[in-house]
Write a protein that binds this ligand. Sequence first.
Ligand SMILES: *[C@@H]1O[C@H](CO)[C@@H](O)[C@H](O)[C@H]1NC(C)=O
Ligand SMILES: *[C@@H]1O[C@H](CO)[C@@H](O)[C@H](O)[C@H]1NC(C)=O
Length: 206
Amino acid sequence: MYAIASLLKKVFLLGILFFLGSSEGGPNNLHIHDGATTAEIIAGDIFFEIIEPVELEYTYRIRPAKDFGAPFNESFYIEHVPLVPIQPKFGCTTPNNIEDIEGNVALIERGECSFKMKAIIAEKAGAQAVIITDVSKPTEEYFIEMIDDDSADEVNIPAAFLMGKNGIMITTTLQQLKRSYAIINLPVNLTFTPVHEMNQPPWLGW
Ligand SMILES: *[C@@H]1O[C@H](CO)[C@@H](O)[C@H](O)[C@H]1NC(C)=O
Ligand SMILES: *[C@@H]1O[C@H](CO)[C@@H](O)[C@H](O)[C@H]1NC(C)=O
């Protein structure tokens, strides 16, 4: 029970962000919701799993963008697809590694331009989906709501936010292993998986 209570507290530390991708602004509005059910923990969020490299073989929770991008609906399922850190890492310009991004999932760091702009650029580069993370706050365990920036452009691929603590572990582990990508399945359906069986990354302290 302690593990579940601890999980609930952490998962519901919710950063609401109304600005573009700057690191300022941060999780100013933190809300702790106690007493939620397991189903409510998952509500709206989805999971992906890394199946390679072995050092990163866990399931990761991500929060779909609030009001832009395609939905992660029943027709969206990708299996054994590379998750590729974009270069340069903020993904605000045409990527240097566009050949690696094409057909795959782009991993992009928060900052320098809006979340939506990053998704548009990843889509143009041929990504199937985009995952954005805030590695500037590697010790914090919160989700950011990614909202539309009111530009006229549409995003036609799904976009989601990955908490910074996971983002930094993924990017630094790949760097250490001199790998340019991980292999993922997205989504994994954990709706009826008990919290303690979720194979969460050990560095989250759950
Ligand atoms: C899922 O979303 C895509 C993109 O919006 C859409 O084309 C597709 O029809 C949707 N599928 C279902 C089953 O709703
Ligand atoms: C997850 O699996 C459960 C049980 O098999 C199913 O009822 C539910 O619709 C699935 N959810 C998604 C998002 O696929």
